[in-house]
Design a protein around this ligand. Sequence first.
Ligand code: NAP
Length: 291
Amino acid sequence: MTSHPIHPDGPTLSRIIAGAWRWHSVSAEQVDRLIQTSLDEGITSFDHADIYGDHGNEAIFGQSLKRNPSLRSRMQLITKCGIKFPSPHRPATWIKHYDTSKEHIQWSAENSLKMLGTDHIDVLLIHRPDPLMHPAEMAEAFLRLRKEGKVLHFGVSNFTPTQFRMFQSYLDFPLITNQIEISLNRIDSLFNGDLDTAIEFKASPMAWSPLGGGKPLMVDEREVFGKAARYNASYTQLALAWLMKHPAFIFPIIGTTKPERIKEAAWSTQVNLDRQDWFEMLKWVMGKEMP
Ligand code: NAP
């Protein structure tokens, strides 16, 4: 697996990223295996959020790093902040809401450092656009974390193109990504300006749930298997290759909890889809050809 800058000003991330959202559902030994298998396959970038696993997954990952401290220097850690929900771990929160105040961004990033057991986060993202966000406030928090060396690069997630542009206009360093939901199960970003904006700002997107969270596609299986067989690939590999063919240079974030599926996904970087096959896969999910 190769690595690439996600933005001309960095950072360099693996072409496929491993997402830790579901990793609280497996044992500590399995988390060790997931990390090791990812690294063995060249998947060196790991996606987290403060809230994953009811605020527990960063610590689970941090414990694994504690057992294997030499691994930290071989990986890039991405995490997110800004969502709050009621939980025994957050007794002061009584309603789900977003908080992009500078105090919360600073606190959350510092807490992520503690949970992950690291002295820096490679990429910090605002998890979702907050209806009460002000870009100047978020920019102040980012600037401080950057000056302190606690976070190296910054981005957003689930932002619309106008929200991305607004926030970028308040920063004198680049937002390096917008992490969005895009897959054969969810194609809105192809047509709503998300990917155009990514290309405009040279900020390659990360794709969350790139396999639709494991939900099957409602398409004729014979067609899918026929195409997969022609590429000597699995459906998973075709679906990831379909994302990676886009000129916005999408970085898929896979969410499996199975080492063998990490290996399967890694092989998708070898699949070079023909343009017409790409459009046929789009037709599977649109139910019709392009106009
Ligand atoms: P995904 O890779 O689309 O889905 C993974 C799920 O599909 C797992 O439950 C997996 O089960 C299942 N699956 C079934 N067949 C599979 C196969 N052949 N290969 C691989 N997986 C298969 O991604 P996701 O977990 O929904 O999301 C990926 C990452 O995106 C998360 O870990 C998180 O880091 C990030 N994310 C971000 C946001 C955001 O708002 N920014 C939102 C959601 C997720 P097994 O575990 O049994 O393989």
